[in-house]
Design a binder for this molecule. Structure first.
Ligand SMILES: [Zn+2]
Length: 264
């Protein structure tokens, strides 16, 4: 019997397994039944016995035929826990992309789920808790974020998760990018610069001030009303703020003009 020959063995009436002849002793030593379509005895699964695979190792039938137990048809896979971890990761990634409004490749793909107050997307990501969605998008697409680097937006749009709009940079890159795009400038200045073609890169977006910012809960009228109320001694910053659903700190900033200073 040459070592490459294959045997077809009836392990129970009408059920045949294929094994290399060298493995016939293993087949003959067991009383077989079928479990999940695979040959199983009190000593374990035939395919695992053939490869002497330990309990936590997965063995795959390459051609999909679970009764074809020739060694050339068996492949050791990673440890089960790794396989499970891998599939958890894939599921998590799928859950992530389902919440990203993916449109055409050039557009901003905004995160549809929860956001941080800064506008960046937020997702419960690992057992450690929440993560920034632009960082998740970067990692899922390009791999780990290089140590010490930030994930920055070319488009300057915090909730955007389009990988084409993301790059890893230093804190300096981030602030230079921001300055170049005028995120720190008043919108009218940015518009003027844009008209004059003085903004580089994808400098078509910016973080507008005050009521132009769609995350603002307040309008110029509310700002004026808050300042009037404070001037009239109608209560503390906390009390006045409560009327508008604003925090004490935010209200105090409005009153002392460290916020909304451009409103008379
Ligand atoms: Zn974008």
């Amino acid at each position: 019997m040459d070592s490459n020959s294959v045997a077809r063995v009836e392990i129970k009436p009408g059920v045949f397994v294929l094994v290399d002849s060298a493995d016939l002793p293993i087949v003959r030593a067991g009383a077989w039944m079928l479990k999940n379509g695979r040959a199983y005895s009190c000593r374990g699964f035939l395919h695992k016995l053939i490869l002497r695979a330990s309990k936590d190792v997965w063995v795959e039938h390459i051609n999909g035929d679970k009764l074809d137990n020739r060694r050339t048809n068996l492949q050791l896979k990673r440890i089960n826990t790794e396989v499970a971890e891998e599939s958890r990761k894939a599921e998590r990634a799928q859950r992530f992309w389902e919440q990203v409004a993916q449109s055409n490749p050039d557009a901003c793909w905004e995160w549809q789920g929860g956001r941080y107050p800064t506008g960046y997307g937020r997702m419960y990501w690992t057992a450690k808790g929440n993560a920034y969605t632009h960082r998740i998008a970067y990692e899922l697409t390009y791999g780990a974020i290089p140590e010490g680097l930030f994930v920055c937006h070319h488009c300057d749009n915090p909730p955007c998760c389009n990988p084409a709009h993301l790059f890893a940079g230093t804190a300096k890159d981030n602030s230079q990018d921001r300055d170049r795009k005028g995120r720190h400038r008043a919108p009218e200045v940015v518009r003027q610069l844009a008209r004059e073609g003085k903004l580089k890169g994808r400098a078509t977006t910016f973080k507008p001030k005050g009521e132009l910012n769609n995350r603002a809960k307040i309008t110029p009228d509310i700002v004026r009303a808050i300042r009037r109320a404070a001037a009239n001694g109608e209560g503390s910053a906390r009390e006045i703020g409560l009327r508008y659903g604003l925090s004490r700190n935010h209200t105090a900033h409005i009153i002392n003009r460290s916020k909304w200073a451009h409103i008379e």
